[in-house]
Structures are given as C-alpha cells and as structure tokens.
Write a protein that binds this ligand. Sequence first.
Ligand SMILES: NC(=O)CC[C@H](N)C(=O)O
Length: 308
Amino acid sequence: MDLQLIADDIVSALEPRLGEGKVADYIPELARVDPKQFGIAITTVDGQTYKAGHADTAFSIQSISKVFMLTLALGKAGESIWKRVGREPSGSSFNSIVQLEHEHGIPRNPFINAGAIVITDMVLAGHAPREAIGEYLRFMRYLADDETLSIDEKVAQSEQRTGYRNFALANFMRGFGNLEHPVEHTLGVYFHQCALALSCVQLSHAGLFLANRGTNPLTGFSVVSPKRARRINALMLMCGHYDGSGDFAYQVGLPGKSGVGGGILAVAPGKASIAVWSPGLNKVGNSALGSAALEMLATRTGWSVFGT
Ligand SMILES: NC(=O)CC[C@H](N)C(=O)O
C-alpha cells in the first residue's frame, strides 16, 4: 500500500474544498487562523512518516490534549479516576452543562469539557498550576520525542479571558465537590494544555504509542501497558467526537479525538497514528475536511477497526 500516494491524493481531492466549515471564533485567537489550510501526517508503527499539505504547520491542539491528560491522570491515580468521571458517550455538545446537574457533578466522560476539567484537576493534585503545566509539556515532548514543542501563550490567554462556559462548568462541579482546586487554578492548567501547538507530524508521533500497544516505536519508550492503550482507544472511539462520535465511527471506524483548532488524531491499532488538520469545523465542532480526509483514508487503507 502506497501511503504517500494516499496522502497526496487526499490533499488533491480536498483542494477545491479548502475553507469549508467555520473556524472556532468563540476563542478570539483561533478566529484569526487562515481557514484555507489542510495537512495530514501518517506515522506507521514501523516508524515511517508520510505527510502532505500543511503537515508541518503548528496548530492549537485544543481538545486533543484531553487524551494526553487522561493518560497522565491514569498514570497518577489509576482506575480510581472513574469515581469522578464516567466512561459513557454524552450525546451532547462538548461544552454542555445540562447532564451535570442530573448526574451530581460527575461528567459523562473525560473528553467532554466538564470531564476533561476534572481530569486536569487530578493532574494538578500536589502541584502548583505552573508545575502541572510543566509536567504536561515535558510529557508531550517525551511522547513526540521533540524538545521544541511549546504552548501558545496568546491562545491560552485568549481563552482565559473568554472561557465563560468553562468557568460555569468548573464552578458547577466545585459546587458538587468534584473539583479539589480553586477554579482559576484548574482552568489555568486546562487552557494551557489546550493551547499546545503541534504540527500534524508532531501530533502523529505523540499519538503513536496508542497504535502500538502502549509503546512508542520511534523511541522504544513504554508509555502505558497494552491494556491501558486499548482502553484509551475504546474511549476515543465512543466519546472522542462528542455528539459526532457515532457518525465518526460509522464513516471512519477508528478511535479518534478532535479539537476545535481543527485537528484530529486517529489511531489505527497495530498500524499507524494519523493526524489531520483543517481549521473549518462542522456543526458539532469537529474539523470538516479533517473528517472527510479520514473517511477517504479509511476507505483506501481498509484500516477501520470494524473490518475491511
Ligand atoms: N472541543 C474543544 O476543542 C474545546 C476546547 C476548548 N479549549 C474549550 O474548552 O472550549
């Protein structure tokens, strides 16, 4: 299978559609990104990277960070994290507050904002916010094997100023006793984790351990056990695209996690880690062209976890 040809074909097929969707303008700094960009990087478990389009342009990973913070929280607190957050798809938008009251401040899963904020609160335990951000950044550099990764402070500040709904979610959960730190501390870390800037190539490297039974084949580092990698993938499949998760499973059939910066990380277990990026979002907040690209990739490669 010629993965370079597939990546090139996807870029050509999407060329006429560049600019489709709507950029996430509720975060002012993200509203400034040129929507007419698309990149793809495929890194296989045997260590080859195939890339096309704007694959080396850094973008804001936003909610894709939730996968990496979940990995850190599981490393710190193990299965006890599930007392404070569920593992079920939410069927509602990423920043919804409606379920939280019925479910007594326990969010449905770690990938909607409320659940991710609880996970961040766990990673923050025993640290000052700055140390928790440092731990996350070191972890990401280790995963991607790249010391140049950095957090875009402007994006973090932009969300800090305008993240009213996240403040509402965090305050609500603190009211239910499901947040241990001051809301400003937990959200300060959360906004910084979301503001990490990665290119498709870097993101495909960072996610590769999930495609390779928990070990990064590029570095040989064991990140999590095979069982944990499998479980994180299961959560990504069920919950990684919010209320678009069913559609993503139907069209693409791979565990994936999207972010409002327009990136998507997809995992083909035993095969590859794939990162796509295009800033325009569809109605449920997932990259429009990124989703289309992964659908084409899954069709051409036969990598759907549900069979060829
Ligand atoms: N879906 C997303 O990428 C959302 C992340 C964003 N930082 C927010 O909290 O609104």
